[in-house]
Design a protein around this ligand. Structure first.
Ligand SMILES: C[S@@+](CC[C@H](N)C(=O)[O-])C[C@H]1O[C@@H](n2cnc3c(N)ncnc32)[C@H](O)[C@@H]1O
Length: 218
């Protein structure tokens, strides 16, 4: 499309060249994560980490809920942007990866702003009260995205923001042969968001696709 630049490797490298460098803690976390069995493909890229920080700062979010911690990169980006007294509640089922996350949050001096809940995200979400969250970032198992989105709309306050990662799912959403549960989950959540009159939305063709859904003020 003429109005959309193709995100080639060269363009993405240029974007990093003209952006502030990762600080040493984030850079070390990225390097360490790349050497793990899951690698850094599951981690948000630096540009998305910067956007998440900005979104938290721009919205003034004091209570952030993250679905999918992994080694804690996106958590750290959002925690740093919180106002005084703010917190990120982040959930994951992986004890080993979140232990790495915790060691980096300690080093970055933000551990006291992060509330890690180990266990299934849907159970964690069920235990939170409706309307108490300012911003949700969804970045876990794709087949559960419809359930995560549905509960997020209840949890977020009017005017709050839901940020959904991987909504283009490496182009698999467009591939008729892709019928795995993850791709099906992404297609379903995209339809849910599009038809949901409670939210104002924008799909950013950025990173792996990032959808912003703002719950309309009451
Ligand atoms: C894409 S990674 C998260 C990446 C992280 N946001 C970052 O940028 O570094 C997805 C995470 O979701 C977690 N996950 C998968 N199924 C889950 C579930 N049912 N409940 C909670 N977390 C889950 C995985 O263990 C994995 O660490």
């Amino acid at each position: 499309m003429a109005t959309q630049i193709a995100a080639t490797d060269e363009v993405l490298a240029y974007v990093e060249d003209i952006s502030p460098p990762e600080d040493p803690v984030l850079a070390e976390l990225r390097t360490l994560t790349a050497e793990l069995p899951g690698g850094s493909a599951m981690q948000v890229p630096p540009s998305e980490g910067r956007l998440l920080s900005l979104l938290v700062a721009l919205t003034g979010a004091a209570t952030v809920l993250e679905i999918g911690t992994y080694t804690g990169y996106s958590t750290l980006c959002m925690a740093r942007a919180l106002p005084p007294g703010g917190r990120v509640i982040t959930c994951d089922i992986n004890k080993k990866m979140t232990a790495i996350a915790q060691s980096f949050w300690d080093r970055a001096g933000v551990a006291d702003r992060i509330d890690l809940r180990l266990g299934d995200a849907q159970e964690t979400m069920a235990g939170l009260s409706a309307g108490t969250v300012d911003l949700v970032f969804i970045d876990a198992d794709k087949q559960s995205y419809p359930a995560y989105y549905t509960r997020s709309v209840e949890l977020v306050r009017p005017g709050g923001l839901i940020v959904i990662d991987n909504t283009l799912f490496f182009g698999r959403v467009l591939d008729p042969a892709a019928d795995d549960p993850g791709t099906a989950g992404i297609r379903t959540v995209n339809e849910l968001v599009q038809s949901d009159t409670r939210v104002e939305t924008c799909v950013l063709p950025f990173a792996d696709g990032l959808t912003l859904a703002r719950k309309k003020p009451a």
